[in-house]
Design a binder for this molecule. Structure first.
Ligand SMILES: [Zn+2]
Length: 112
């Protein structure tokens, strides 16, 4: 019975778990490449605008608070380039969501 024989061979697969780990490591490298670009973009924006939130103009307490916001949302034709990124608190970024700058200003004014 060849099938049964293969099954007993399957036991040795446990030893091959390291192989899966290698794939995971590859993904990690890929993610790191993206975050490096983001870090670069963030640093450029801090140099340009200072370490303050573009929307509420409050300084960031720490780096973890900083998110990159698309000034003109991708859904409204914005691009993923430095010129279209602004620094924002996570909460401010969430509040703006995918509104255009004009819509967001109206939204803020409307709330008083
Ligand atoms: Zn803010």
């Amino acid at each position: 019975m060849p099938l049964q024989h293969d099954r007993s061979d399957g036991r040795s697969r446990k030893d091959n778990r390291a192989g899966c780990g290698k794939i995971g490591l590859g993904m990690g490298k890929w993610k790191r490449a993206i975050s490096l670009t983001k870090r670069w973009t963030r640093n450029q924006l801090i140099n340009k605008y200072g370490a303050i939130c573009f929307y509420c103009e409050e300084p960031f307490a720490n780096m973890k608070e900083i998110t990159l916001d698309h000034y003109l949302p991708l859904s409204k034709g914005g691009i993923s380039e430095l010129e279209n990124y602004r620094l924002a608190h996570f909460r401010c970024n969430q509040a703006k969501n995918d509104m255009t700058p004009e819509e967001f200003t109206e939204f803020q004014n409307g709330r008083g």
